[in-house]
Design a protein around this ligand. Structure first.
Ligand SMILES: *Cc1c(COP(=O)(O)O)cnc(C)c1O
Length: 373
């Protein structure tokens, strides 16, 4: 499979096999994705790993696979890398000298944004709320190793002002700052997960039923991209989003909103007029995609039943999931996000919701530094 930039060889990433080429045809949305502009940051495709030992131990007749997005590479990887490929696409980076973003003192998003800045030759400022207990451990240490300037504020609510202040400070010194929204969960960032869907669709057994896909969810960008990808490829995978913190209804709302917005980005095609495509053609195609996005978004299962006492607070089910994935599959989970998503997967395997013969894909979104803080 090709590893060159999508803009140069879309066929390698989006149509890795003829089977896919035939079933999707020349979807106009994919042509637009190519034109929107992407900065390659991730090592793709990430592997899909079979976990027969875990399935055997759980006594389920279902197959379990891990989509290893903890292995996206940049700055210890995770799901933020794919989102930043579009959030930091070439059109967004013109003239930019600094990235500015925000998060908690142990934010995975801050770590990967700082790594992207370093890779791209930019400077980075991180506005973090709260002091880490030990700045020499976990993501707090990595933020510093990646050369970011750390601006600490006491409360989450103060982050917005501090970002504005930082952007103005950089501007006054002759630089140009790009403020990256928290989690890179934007319409543009969501586009990164369309590629993950394209990869998974090629990695699962083509003749089988579409799989269940379990993902951890918080700011909704990853889920939004999965929704959009399933809509573009008309792939009937059953998406399950497991909250790490927010109420399920909020996650459903933001993911629907972002997936619709991302679909509209694909619909708006400034180059189409010069190619003799009429506005009517575009809106007809766009409406078809928007309708599919709406349908997929409605079918997503979102649960906040595994949050426990709150963000980052361990649960017995999450702890068990970490031990089972480790000992039975050789897969290390993180305690904040993936442990709770894996606990949901295990619960649904045990209660038979995921039946014998089904295939369950666990999207590993990363987060390992939280183990070492
Ligand atoms: C940010 C993050 C998530 C949540 O992804 P969203 O796109 O914000 O919903 C899940 N897992 C890990 C490890 C993360 O860092």
């Amino acid at each position: 499979m090709g590893s060159g930039p999508l803009v140069e060889s879309p066929s390698h990433l989006i149509f890795p096999r003829m089977r896919v080429l035939r079933s999707t045809g020349s979807d106009p949305a994919l042509g637009r994705l190519e034109a929107i502009g992407r900065t390659r940051l991730a090592t793709l495709p990430t592997p899909l790993l079979a976990a027969p030992g875990l399935a055997g131990h759980l006594g389920t007749g279902a197959r379990i696979s891990i989509k290893a997005d903890d292995c996206t590479g940049l700055g210890l990887g995770g799901n933020k890398v794919r989102k930043l490929e579009y959030e930091l696409g070439p059109p967004r980076l013109q003239g930019v000298t600094h990235l500015v973003t925000a998060g908690g003192a142990h934010s995975n998003h801050c770590r990967v944004t700082a790594a992207a800045a370093a890779r791209l030759g930019l400077k980075c400022s991180l506005v973090v709320n709260g002091e880490p207990e030990d700045p020499e451990r976990g993501n707090a240490l990595l933020h510093r190793l990646l050369g970011a300037r750390i601006v600490t504020v006491a409360k989450r609510e103060e982050r917005g002002n501090a970002i504005g202040h930082e952007v103005r400070r950089i501007g006054a010194a002759g630089g140009k700052a790009l403020a990256v929204p928290v989690g890179a969960s934007t319409e543009r960032g969501a586009l990164g997960y369309v590629h993950a869907v394209a990869e998974m669709r090629n990695q699962v057994r083509p003749e089988g039923e579409p799989p269940w896909i379990f993902t951890s969810s918080s700011s909704g960008g990853t889920l939004a991209g999965l929704i959009l990808g399933c809509a573009i490829f008309d792939w009937r995978a059953r998406l399950v989003a497991v909250s790490a913190d927010e109420p399920a209804a909020w996650i459903r709302g933001i993911a629907s909103f972002l997936s619709m917005g991302a679909a509209r980005l694909l619909e708006a095609d400034p180059g189409s007029a010069s190619r003799g495509v009429t506005g009517d053609d575009i809106s007809a195609q766009g409406n078809r995609l928007l309708n599919r996005v709406r349908r997929v978004a409605e079918d997503v299962l979102v649960t906040d039943d595994f949050v426990g006492d709150g963000y980052g607070v361990a649960t017995p089910e999450g702890d068990e999931a970490m031990r089972l994935f480790g000992a039975r599959a050789g897969v290390i989970l993180d305690p904040v996000y993936t442990a709770k998503a894996a606990a949901a997967l295990i619960a649904r395997l045990r209660d038979g919701t995921i039946a014998a013969g089904n295939h369950a894909v666990f999207l590993h979104t990363g987060g390992h530094p939280a183990l070492f803080r």
